[in-house]
Design a protein around this ligand. Sequence first.
Ligand code: COA
Length: 329
Amino acid sequence: MKISKIMKITGIGNYFPKKILTNNDLEKMIDTSDEWITTRTGIKQRRIAAEDESTSAMAAKAARKAIKGAGLKPSDIELIMVATITPDMNFPSTACLVQAEIKAFNAASLDIGAACSGYVYGLSIARAYIASGVYKNILLIGAEKLTSITDWTDRNTCVLFGDGAGACVLQPGYTNSGIQSILLGSDGRKGGLLYIPAGGSKMPSNQQTVNEHLHFIKMKGSELFKVAVTKMTEAAVGALEMCGMTPDDIDMLVPHQANIRIIRAVGKKLKLSDERVYTNIEHYGNMSSASIATALNEAVIKGRIRKGNIAVLTAFGGGLTWGACVIKW
Ligand code: COA
């Protein structure tokens, strides 16, 4: 059997819930303004999943499109990975729930816990399996219902997040296009900058944790901002160096969509014009692992990334984690 060292994205799919929450809607809920949110974050609106619409349900919808796009059937999929910080429940894994939903019964299933960098971590795991010849058809999904862990009384965080899912099918490639390099990193010492205190084994749920809003995202925004700019830039440059390239080679940077000012700062450090940096934060806010997934898919669907282009993904998130990936499309 011929084993390919190159991995290709052969199918893509996005799903966004229907309900839109605009900045003007938020003005009626908390002490904020469209002007503050727009200038400080770049976000104009975000999607909100229905109460009974879970992360796995959104993931399954994106997954079906990606599998169809790759010309496969769910039964062809050998591994399902879901990057998420909003699993339907602690276990079974969201990947197992997706498997049941899409009827991909020949697959192994696992979730990836790397927060907003989860999709890039997932690409790296998939590449290791493909390069070693273990699997040939892998489904990777970044899916989040962040509004389920958002404190709607905290204006520092609730304006930032949204829901959605992006998926891809990954297969061996036999030309030189596909994933060229992936660089990952983490710093567990800075985990306290972005986390959910309660609901795990360290602080199990009780009436007090609920009363004190400890099941929601806690964030030190301005400290994260600086680390995000540095790490996303370093990761992109490092991943490019791994395959003998420089930022000049980038046709389209697809950064994690946490804040337009972070994105612009990274673009500036890499000396990229705005046209070479893809953003969808204005429509969807920060969707953690689903941000890079959906932004990459959207850029391809809209023709902003075309055959032969060099696309660079660069991500940053809770953990802290970061990662970048160079793709020749
Ligand atoms: N509406 C109006 N005012 C708000 C507000 C809101 N929604 N949220 C915060 N403010 C206020 C603050 O209370 C503060 O007021 P004060 O000066 O009277 O105390 C002021 O705005 C400035 O707050 P600050 O935190 O300094 O703003 P900022 O410019 O750092 O922007 C973030 C805040 C959260 C948008 C920004 O820090 C950020 O995006 N950080 C990175 C977050 C991130 O990347 N998270 C995910 C990583 S994957």
